[in-house]
Design a protein around this ligand. Sequence first.
Ligand SMILES: [Zn+2]
Length: 138
Amino acid sequence: MQVSKSWRELPQRYRLEGKKCTQCGKTCFPPRDICPVCNSDHMIIVNLPKRGKIVTYTVIHTAPANFEIFKPYIIALVQLEDGTHLTTQLTDCKPDNITLGMDVEAIIRKINEDGKDGIIYYSYKFRPVLKNADKKKS
Ligand SMILES: [Zn+2]
C-alpha cells in the first residue's frame, strides 16, 4: 500500500507539480482538488517554478527515526517565483549560511531508503542557488 501511494505521488515529487484554480488563479502545492480560496473544483495541473526565495526556516535537531542521518536538517518555507508557497527541506547548506530571502532552487534527492524492501524514496528538496555557494569557495 505504501508502494502504490509513492508511485501515485511520483509526478508531483519529480516535477514539482501543483494545481492551479482556473477560477481565481490560486496555485497550491501539494496539489488539491478543491481550491482553498474559492472552493472551485476547476483545478488544473501545472508545473511549478523550480526557483524561489526563503520566507522563513527552522532547524530540526530531533529527527524521526528515518531521518536520523540527515539531522540537523533545515525546513524552510519557500515562496516560488509564481508566488506559490511550499514547505521543503533545504540541502547543501548549513544553518549558519542561510539568510531570509536567499535564492533557492529545486533538486531531486533521495529522502529515505526502506531497508526491508529496498525501496528508495526520492523527493524534491531545495538548495541555495549555486552562485551563492560559489562566493564561499576560496
Ligand atoms: Zn480558486
